[in-house]
Design a protein around this ligand. Structure first.
Ligand SMILES: NC(=O)c1ccc[n+]([C@@H]2O[C@H](COP(=O)([O-])OP(=O)(O)OC[C@H]3O[C@@H](n4cnc5c(N)ncnc54)[C@H](OP(=O)(O)O)[C@@H]3O)[C@@H](O)[C@H]2O)c1
Length: 314
C-alpha cells in the first residue's frame, strides 16, 4: 500500500480507505465483515470510515465494527485510523440532527459507546447546517478535540467558501482541519472546479467518497439486469436504484469501452484516475466482499495511467 500525507499534518493515510456506509449493518454477514477488516489490515488499508447513521438501521455499522474490534482486533487499535461523523438525522426529537453543540457532543458520545472506544481518530461534521452559527459548530468541534474524544477534526460536504471560513476558525483555535470529505468519481467531477483547489490552498487532506459511483463504475450493471446481490437491487439503498443506473448507462458503457481498449478493469481505471490528483490523500471505497476489497486495493502501487487513456477520459 502507498501512503499519502494528509495536507500539512503528521498523518499518513493509505491511498485506499474502507468505508462502512453499507454492508456492515444489522443484516450483514458478520464473518464477511470480520474478514474484510482483517484483509484490509493485511493490505495496509488501515483507515476505516464510519458515521453515526450508517447501517441500516442507523448506529448498527458502528455497533458491528465496535463488536469486531473488541473480539478480533483489540490489539490493533493503534495501527488503525478510525473516523466517525454526526450531522445527519440520527435520533428523534429536536436535537437529533444538524450541527448544534448539543447534537455533535451527544452524537459523538453515542458513537463512542457503540464503537466501544474511548476516542476516534477523526470526528467529522457530516454536512453543513444552514441554521446553526458556524461559530457554534466549530466551537463544539474544538472542544471535542480538547476533551480527547477525537484526535482530529474533519468536515464533510462543506461548500468551498464555508470550508475556507471553517478552516480559518479551526486554525485560530490551533485545531486545524485534518480532512475534507466529498464525492468525486468519473461520473461526478463537480469538485474539480473549486473544492480541489480550495483543499490545496488550505493545505488540508482530502478523502473522496463513492469513487465507483456506488458500484456503477465496476461495469456490473451493463448486462441489463440488476445483479441480485447489488446495491441498486437493495430496497434499503435509497441513493441508488434501477432508474439511476439506467440514467447513467450510456456514460458507463463509454467508460467500459475505454477500459477494455486500455486492458485495465474498469474498477481499477476509475480508482487510478482519481489517484492521479495529488490533492487527494485517499480514495474511500465501499465493499461487500473480501474479493471486491482486493480488486479495489489492486488499483494502488500502479504506474500513472498512460496519457492517451487520460485524454480519452477527459
Ligand atoms: N460524507 C458523506 O456524506 C459520504 C457519503 C457517501 C459515502 N461516504 C463514505 O464513502 C464510503 C464509500 O462510498 P460508496 O460505498 O458509495 O463507495 P463506492 O466504492 O463507490 O461503492 C461501493 C460499492 O460498489 C460495489 N463494489 C465495490 N467494489 C466492487 C467490485 N470490485 N466489483 C463489483 N462491485 C463492487 C459494492 O456494492 P454492491 O456489491 O452492493 O453492489 C460496494 O459496496 C462509504 O462507506 C462512506 O464511508 C461518505
Amino acid at each position: 500500500m502507498t501512503y499519502r500525507r494528509c495536507g500539512n499534518s503528521g498523518i499518513l493515510l493509505p491511498e485506499i480507505s474502507l468505508g462502512l456506509w453499507h454492508n456492515f449493518g444489522a443484516g450483514a454477514d458478520t464473518a464477511e465483515c470480520r474478514d474484510m477488516i482483517a484483509r484490509a489490515m493485511e493490505l495496509g488499508i488501515c483507515h476505516f470510515d464510519l458515521a453515526d447513521n450508517y447501517g441500516p438501521p442507523p448506529g448498527s455499522a458502528e455497533a458491528c465494527f465496535g463488536r469486531l474490534l473488541k473480539s478480533h482486533f483489540a490489539g490493533l487499535r493503534d495501527e488503525m485510523f478510525i473516523s466517525t461523523k454526526a450531522g445527519h438525522l440520527m435520533w428523534r426529537g429536536v436535537y437529533g440532527d444538524w450541527g448544534s453543540r448539543k447534537h455533535l457532543i451527544a452524537g459523538l458520545n453515542q458513537s463512542l459507546r457503540r464503537l466501544q472506544l474511548d476516542y476516534v481518530d477523526v470526528f467529522y461534521h457530516h454536512r453543513p447546517d444552514p441554521h446553526t452559527p458556524l461559530e457554534e459548530t466549530i466551537g463544539a468541534l474544538v472542544d471535542i478535540v480538547r476533551s480527547g474524544k477525537a484526535l482530529y477534526i474533519g468536515l464533510s460536504k462543506y461548500p468551498p467558501a464555508l470550508f475556507k471560513q471553517a478552516c480559518a476558525m479551526l486554525r485560530a483555535e490551533k485545531v486545524p482541519c485534518l480532512l475534507h470529505q466529498f464525492r468525486y468519481n468519473l461520473l461526478d467531477r463537480a469538485c474539480e472546479a473549486e473544492t480541489l483547489p480550495t483543499v490545496a490552498e488550505e493545505q488540508t487532506g482530502s478523502i473522496v467518497f463513492s469513487p465507483l459511483a456506488q458500484g456503477m463504475l465496476t461495469g456490473k450493471y451493463l448486462c441489463g439486469t440488476l445483479p441480485a446481490a447489488s446495491r441498486a437491487a437493495d430496497a434499503s439503498s435509497v441513493f441508488l436504484d434501477e432508474d439511476k443506473v439506467q440514467a447513467d448507462m450510456e456514460r458507463v458503457r463509454h467508460l467500459q469501452n475505454i477500459a477494455d481498449a486500455a486492458g485495465i478493469p474498469l474498477t481499477q481505471l476509475a480508482l487510478r484516475w482519481l489517484l492521479r490528483r495529488e490533492e487527494i490523500t485517499s480514495v474511500l471505497i465501499g465493499a461487500r466482499t473480501v474479493e471486491q476489497l482486493e480488486q479495489c486495493a489492486a488499483a494502488t502501487g500502479q504506474s500513472p495511467l498512460p496519457p492517451d487513456v487520460l485524454t480519452a477520459l477527459q
